[in-house]
Design a protein around this ligand. Sequence first.
Ligand SMILES: [Zn+2]
Length: 167
Amino acid sequence: MTHREPYAICITKGGHLRKAEPVFCEAALNVIRQAVRESKLTYEAGGLFLGDRTGPEWTVREAVIVPSAERDRHAFVLDGLKATQLLREAEVRSEGALSFLGIWHSHVTGIMRFSEMDREANRKLYEQTGIFLSALVVSCPENGKLRMTVWKIEEGNADEAVRIMDF
Ligand SMILES: [Zn+2]
């Protein structure tokens, strides 16, 4: 079940409006919401986006929480071994319907910008997986919701957000 319209935005690019991508299912947003709530903004929560990349728009069906590889730090560091294990499990469970679409993590500072460490992680992951989504989640003081900005990482760069959504 997708909830496209409530989150649909259009991004102006080159004078033309283009349909935003990707699409996020409510189930994925719920997992992120719960993980960030549980963190009480005392550490960065994060994990994987899983879903379907066969259509013209990627559909994120699930968000999976991956405990940070460095628990003693506030910063989220993707645990590659754990992430791989969770991805394999999802692939088997879904009989191949779910595949890796990207990563997300929260910033307790509210800064909606990749850190140098994040950029390095994005570059490394791009070398391994090709194009993927990388998202930052912060709490939004204006409306009490979470705000997620999603970038598509191509050639290791994150230039323009493909999606900004409050949920
Ligand atoms: Zn970060």
